[in-house]
Design a protein around this ligand. Sequence first.
Ligand code: LCS
Length: 393
Amino acid sequence: MKSATLGMNSKLVHGGHHPDGSGAVNVPIYQTSTFAFESAAHGAALFAGEEKGYIYTRMGNPTIHALEESVADLEGGVGAIATASGMGAVSTVYMALLDQGAHMVGTASVYGPSRGFVEKHLSRFGVESTFVDTTCLDNIREAVRPNTKLIYVESPSNPAMQVTDIAGAAQIAHENGCMLAVDNTFASPYLQRPLALGADIVLHSVTKFINGHADVVGGIVVVKDEEVLARLHNVMIHLGGNMDPHQAFLVIRGLKTLGVRVERAQEGAGKIARWLEAHPKVESVRYIGLPSHPQHELAKRQMSGFGAMIAFELKGGLDAGRTLMDNVRLATLAVSLGGVETLIEHPASMTHASMSREAREAAGFSDGLVRYSVGIEDAADLIADLEQALAKV
Ligand code: LCS
């Protein structure tokens, strides 16, 4: 069946599977490092790219390919490369697009290491970067230089929950001869498809919503253009950051339920965000589904739902946040997000500890901010859990 005619949930369930004649309903795990050639000439033709086929799992594998095809189809791209982790996806994009002396403009409130890798490591090779508040397109426009090759946006951003106008950022990128890459981890392809909004590259930490069960670390990059795909693939196989077949199998299994998980979690998130906003001990709540969120209207236009991520600050600041995190019982105090289980964490001392306080403040979040990833538990139970923990603050 042509996937273009299918709805999102049908694509999620059936994507990427090419039955091998065995009758297997699921994609088998091709747990092999290498693939036999039919002849010396066949091996040479595969290496020369004259024939299509599998050579060696770092370069490609049927289980991994099934995942790549499925996510590429969901995101509306020509192909994808799956990586060992989300950072593998981020670093492969940077390494493929940024030559010595090149410059990139990024969202200031990206996941800490997505910024740290450029500022601490790629800077050693002469790569320049400017991280700005990309919720204001003029900031991007002003940061672009003649040597800018990449605009890198994370939307919604982690953990500040800032939303960037993807179509507007794409226009700036293309007027200036550079590419727009979007980290779509927080939304997932179920809620947002950046390529359709004009981005050239979309990437994910599949560790989060795409896999959704807190049992795999992985990443994926989807692109619109075959030449860019080849460039990314070439960099990835040299860095050695490929996904492995068992990882891919688990992610395919998780992906099938992305729609039902996201629908369920965001329904809970909306209830919890509204409850938190009305709580006397809560100073502020950032949930893009709340009308009080500064980019609520933009999110309504470019996303089909508001997702399951909430960030909030208590009136007692950091100390109050610590008391809350130490007293929740149903939510788990852990980093990561986007799984079926609700997680709570403290960005300033955990996920974003690698950024300076000034950088965190410039990125729009204070040391008191608490991040809450809503799972698929009963919202009433999660609210009761927060209620008893807040009573101790
Ligand atoms: N992009 C975003 C938006 C992320 O949130 C993360 C990880 C990554 C990329 C990197 O992906 P990974 O290599 O971990 O698969 N975010 C994390 C977080 O907020 N807590 O733990 C990891």
